[in-house]
Design a protein around this ligand. Sequence first.
Ligand code: TRP
Length: 330
Amino acid sequence: MDTVVSGIRSTGNLHLGNYFGAIKNFLKMQKENNCYFFIADYHALTTHPHPDDLHGNIKQVLAEYLACGIDPETATIFIQSDVPEVSELYLLMNMNAYVGELERTASFKEKVRKQPDNINAGLLTYPVLMAADIIIHKANKVPVGKDQEQHLEMARRFARRFNTMYGVDYFPEPDAYNFGKQLVKIPGLDGSGKMGKSEGNGIFLADTPQEIRKKVMRAVTDTGPEKPHQTPSEPVKNLFTLMSVVSEPETVKFFKDKHANCEIRYGDMKKQLAEDIVKFTEPIRERIIEIHSDNKYLAKVAAEGAEKARASASKTIREVRKIIGYRPFA
Ligand code: TRP
């Protein structure tokens, strides 16, 4: 049985991209592995140092995870900041992470461009904290998307370096959890690129049916195919991709054939797509509302998750301290 760790940033509501790109796989994984899923609320501060409603965001994301079917009885679901042990490991790992390699990280360079007024040390050491998240549970598998591959590579390097530095075989080098073809990249509704929280092109699991219909009807398309069997343009291909995850295969085929025959009416396709998205998200949305209003349940889940995560993390910290050479006076 593998030990799996994965974190999601707490800086926004979950959208269809999160669901089909990650959560759907978590649901499968949690049955077969020892899973630790957490809300990365320390990491959130690297980009949102003064969030309007940190607690509210965490609560929402937790409720959404649970509504999707992450099962706290099976997996360990917790909030990163409830496990302060990770900050100690982060500190220790920072001592053998080099500024040069951190500065060369793609995500850091991107943030330097995106938020030039707040290039904080937390951004620079983001991969160190992420490595600590992973290795503190001695995970050997991490489900990651393309954008996190370099971070995972760094986690492997930091784990290896620790082992070499102290002459131990302590931390496993975590591998990417491979989903094969099941990893679907969900595009946004704006014609190009993937669905994102900040891009304003997303459909959120908590969106109402009215909001979903409005967003889908406004999605970018084109002026229609000009000749039979033309390859759909990027925006239209994106709608087909969305359709392929929420609609019946026959529905997708129906509209693909229409497109191939130049008979497609994008309005009809969008109407169908909107209804199929609503059909998919509506039960989840109802559960989100229900769970979100149940503070007692959320408190219990968070407390039990923290307890399980801390048991595993504090064992690692004890052992790491010993390996490095910290010990009590005898
Ligand atoms: N960096 C990840 C992201 O942006 C979130 C994350 C933090 C994470 N710590 C992690 C993912 C540990 C996997 C394992 O999506």
